[in-house]
Design a protein around this ligand. Structure first.
Ligand code: GLA
Length: 387
């Protein structure tokens, strides 16, 4: 770590001690370091007149911009080894594109990350039908998932860091899912240069929940070309193979001897053109890795993503048992991103901590069922550094 980065972190720590209360911008102590408390500006207006705000959070050298629409990550500015910050998250420069054509850029995904086969599941003897938005399957919570809903946002600045608490109440039956789901998602930037996400939810009827974040990362900077040179280490000896519709077969297969083996760090592009049936189905990587650590009560190590030119490194730690690694296979040159560049296939990758896709139809997978009286809690940490 270089000196300038250490200075930034020390400043963040000092401010963290000063600003101990959780509250709004007005509640922050007058002596808090500038930029410590999240700021709010108008980003755009939905067709029905609803204003959408952009919240900017900065700490530990990192800067995060989040929209109240979709709770989505609009920008994530992270320093390279020389201290130069770049936006490493794909997005759009306007609200209309997020609403009309976003492939879940930065989105807060719910109620259920990834696919539910035939958009159908049975719980306590009752069968629920969800909207189909991915061929014959339901993807990422349906046609109007959490990434397309408005969120209530409260800023905070305290000892744990600075950030935003996003909340919403998903009504009983929304997108076909049972139960009134009260959801709270906290984005925290810590003084150590971490972006942490804490998810929690409660329900008044038995339901299924699997929340995640769909940020498209390019550690060289959004719009700078493909991510094939990024190296990835994934602490997973197994993955969940899929059928042609990308629904898990139920098997937990070994990665050993396949292009899906990332146990030793390797460039993402090295094996991406191997004619392995799983890569043909997905047009690249779009699979759920079974993390060796399993489901844990505290975030534990899952992966290291690194980009050689900028020196940016992102490590992920999670409580979740699975990680969807998607290599941006469906980006096809039709979207113009935040800085005006066209996004093409492989221009970013997603790393979505989660329970396994289609879990409601696989009793052998870790359960995604949430019942009244229980609290759903998961956490994921993205720790940034340089090398
Ligand atoms: C997830 C899915 C992919 C794709 C992307 C969004 O990663 O697994 O198949 O739907 O989201 O395009």
């Amino acid at each position: 770590m270089n000196t300038s980065r250490r200075t930034v972190m020390a400043a963040g720590l000092a401010a963290g001690v000063a600003a101990t209360s959780v509250g709004t911008a007005h509640a922050a102590p007058a002596h808090a370091a500038p930029g410590r408390t999240p700021t709010k500006t108008l980003f755009g207006t939905l067709a029905d007149g609803t204003p959408v705000h952009l919240w900017a959070v900065a700490n530990g050298g990192i800067r995060l911009e989040v929209l109240s629409y979709g709770g989505l990550v609009h920008r994530l500015d992270v320093p390279d080894r020389h201290g130069h910050r770049a936006n490493i998250a794909l997005g759009f420069d306007n609200l209309a594109d997020y609403v009309a054509k976003s492939p879940y850029f930065g989105g807060l995904i719910g109620r259920f990350g990834n696919r539910i086969g035939a958009g159908k599941f049975t719980l306590d003897g009752h069968t629920y039908q969800l909207p189909l938005n991915d061929g014959v399957n339901s993807l990422h919570g349906g046609t109007k998932g959490f990434d397309k809903q408005m969120w209530h946002v409260e800023p905070f600045a305290g000892r744990s860091g600075t950030g935003l608490v996003l909340s919403r109440i998903s009504p009983d039956g929304e997108m076909g899912y049972p139960g009134t789901l009260k959801v709270q998602v906290t984005y925290t930037l810590t003084a150590r240069g971490e972006w942490r996400i804490d998810y929690s939810a409660t329900t008044d009827r038995a339901t299924v929940v699997n929340l995640t974040s769909h940020t498209y990362f390019n550690l060289a900077g959004e719009g700078s070309g493909p991510v094939y040179d990024h190296t990835l280490e994934l602490a997973a000896a197994r993955y969940t193979p899929v059928d042609a519709g990308l629904i898990p077969t139920g098997e937990l297969a070994r990665v050993s001897g396949t292009p899906l083996d990332f146990r030793r760090t390797k460039p993402i592009g090295r094996d991406i053109r191997t004619s392995h049936q799983q890569l043909l189905y997905a047009k690249g990587f779009d699979h759920n890795w079974v993390l060796d650590k399993g489901r844990t009560s505290h975030p534990e190590y899952a992966l290291t993503l690194a980009e050689p030119r900028s020196g940016r490194v992102m490590k992920m730690y999670t409580t979740e048992p699975g990680m969807q690694f998607y290599s941006g296979n469906f980006l096809d040159g039709t979207l113009v991103g935040t800085s005006g560049h066209i996004y093409r296939q492989g221009d970013a990758l997603c790393l979505e901590s989660q329970h396994f896709p289609d879990s409601p139809n696989h009793p052998e997978f870790p359960s995604t069922v949430l019942r009244p009286g229980q609290t759903y809690r998961t956490s994921t940490v993205h720790a940034f550094s340089t090398r």
